[in-house]
Design a binder for this molecule. Structure first.
Ligand SMILES: Cc1cc2nc3c(=O)[nH]c(=O)nc-3n(C[C@H](O)[C@H](O)[C@H](O)COP(=O)(O)OP(=O)(O)OC[C@H]3O[C@@H](n4cnc5c(N)ncnc54)[C@H](O)[C@@H]3O)c2cc1C
Length: 478
């Protein structure tokens, strides 16, 4: 490692990207150093904003030479404190937001190749410009970037039909820890030629390489959509409805989200223009959407019939079917209002667990009972990508109750350990789609076997032996 002053390092970085793209003023760097939740921050020597993969490679090479870590950041919407630097002011925050080129659109091949800094919404609209669908969708899509989505293996609301980010990636371009660029931008559906390298980088949260471009799968655009906001009596009925819809609609069922009554109520209370589509309160809501590429399909009629039959079977209490595109957008606005509502409701600890779909009811009953027993006054809000067995279980406290409930104790860590233990005991995972970041390193150590942890460390050692890329994230201290 070569000793150097921050000023000399910054001068080298400025020579690569130009002085205007190396930020050091407090007001300029603050948004990059604070995470989306707004409770966690870090510091680095500077923020650097390269404009090409070659510039990313040069920056990594310079930082590796000087022994300074590189913290890659996309849209900074991650919720596990993975995208910000550590405390202490070391290293360089590398923002990918200027890598915006669309490198190739191949409609007959149903693929596109884009650079990492395009927002997810920009990727979706680029696909739409050639009459194709890029189906990854999540509430942060206006801000999160495709490089971040791939690096976190993001999920969202379309996983039931199209899979998560991993399933949508055909190839990657990655800057490695020594500053070399690996071009793996194939657009093939079949390529069994040795180890599948791209899958090492997908979901590795910037700890093994920096994604600079992505080749993505595209799909035909739906010609018909039908959505319903459905009141159901309990989680078991929601499970019965999911099974019925899957048998009846198979791949046409593209969304099946479960929302607890209290969760829906705080969205209506906090999110402007979010109003309940149903006149009465229901303990659980299902938001389901069907889609079809056939313009002749009458999905609305099919959905109406299915809901009527489900009501007769006692699975459904009431339902509103979207009568217009505007009403369908209103349903989505309510669904996408979850994070904002939770943020406004109090000090919240959100969890992102997965359990087998058949165990969601058990998990929720146990989690509710334990939360009530151990944390008096806690409020619980639940939203679940139910079709994927993914439950976001949020435990919220009014700030004035925290000192009383857990004097001198890390309340969040206690709640999280309880929820994670219960999910794992139900045959589940403590992390479904958000990743590990800094936040869940302790859980990774707690639940992964020693064999798994050893393989993780061997991979890191093989690809980033000097620990340049996003240190302090994912892997626990030994
Ligand atoms: C309102 C809201 C709703 C959300 N809903 C969902 C949801 O439904 N499903 C879901 O899965 N997630 C969800 N998230 C979490 C978040 O949006 C996703 O994790 C998203 O994929 C992160 O993308 P980003 O560009 O913001 O990445 P960042 O937050 O900037 O970074 C996330 C991680 O990836 C690394 N990284 C970023 N870009 C690169 C790159 N180009 N190369 C290498 N590493 C990189 C970072 O170092 C960090 O470790 C939500 C977040 C919010 C705020």
């Amino acid at each position: 490692m070569i000793e150097t002053s921050a000023t000399a390092l910054v001068a080298e970085l400025e020579a690569v990207v130009g002085a205007r793209y190396v930020l050091r003023d407090t007001a300029d760097v603050e948004p990059y150093f604070m995470d989306w939740i707004g409770r966690n921050s870090g510091e680095a020597l500077c923020v650097v904003r390269p404009g090409s993969a070659q510039e990313v490679a040069e920056i990594v090479r310079i930082c590796a030479y000087h022994g300074e870590p590189v913290f890659p950041q996309g849209g900074n919407t991650g919720v596990v404190t993975g995208s910000i630097p550590l405390k202490g002011g070391h290293g360089v925050l590398l923002s990918l937001s200027r890598l915006k080129a669309i490198r190739a659109l191949d409609k007959p091949n149903n693929s596109m190749t884009v650079e990492a800094g395009l927002t997810l919404a920009e990727v979706q609209s680029t696909a739409a410009s050639i009459d194709r669908l890029f189906p990854l969708s999540l509430s942060a899509e206006g801000t999160c970037q495709i490089g971040g989505n791939v690096s976190t293996n993001a999920g969202g609301t379309g996983v039931l039909r199209y899979g998560n980010a991993r399933d949508l990636v055909l190839g990657l371009e990655v800057v490695l820890a020594d500053g070399t660029v690996w071009n793996g931008l194939k657009t093939l559906r079949k390529d069994n030629t040795g180890y599948d390298l791209k899958n090492l980088f997908i979901g590795s949260e910037g700890t093994l390489g920096i994604v600079t471009a992505v080749s993505l799968k595209l799909f035909p655009r739906p010609r018909q959509l039908a959505g319903a906001w459905i009141g159901v009596p309990d989680v078991s009925a929601a499970g019965g409805l999911l099974a019925t819809f899957q048998e009846r609609f198979d791949a046409a069922l593209t969304t099946f989200e479960l929302i607890s009554g209290p969760q829906a109520a705080i969205i209506y209370a906090h999110v402007p223009d979010a109003r309940s589509p149903l006149p009465d309160y229901h303990p659980w809501i299902v938001f389901a959407e069907l889609s079809s590429p056939l313009s002749s399909a009458d999905l609305e009629a099919e959905l109406t019939t299915a809901l009527a039959e489900a009501a007769e079977a006692g699975l459904v209490r009431d339902a509103a079917i979207a009568q217009s595109e505007r009403q369908a957008r209103d349903f989505w606005r309510i669904r996408h209002g979850v994070s904002e509502a939770n943020r406004r409701q109090g000090l919240n600890f959100t969890h992102d667990v997965a359990v087998p779909i058949s165990r969601i009811g058990d998990f929720l009953a146990q989690a509710d009972a334990e939360t009530t027993r151990r944390f008096a006054g806690a409020e619980v809000y639940v939203v679940s990508h139910m079709g994927d067995g993914n439950v976001h279980y949020t435990v919220t406290f009014q700030p004035d109750r925290v000192a009383e409930l857990a004097p001198g104790i890390d309340l969040g860590a206690r709640v999280t350990e309880m929820i994670h233990d219960l999910a794992v005991a139900c045959g589940g995972s403590f992390g479904a789609e958000h990743g590990i970041g800094q936040r869940y390193r302790a859980s990774l150590k707690r639940y992964k076997s020693s064999i798994e942890l050893a393989m993780f460390r061997q991979l890191k050692q093989a690809l980033d032996p000097a620990g340049v890329l996003n240190p302090g994230k994912v892997l626990p201290e030994s």
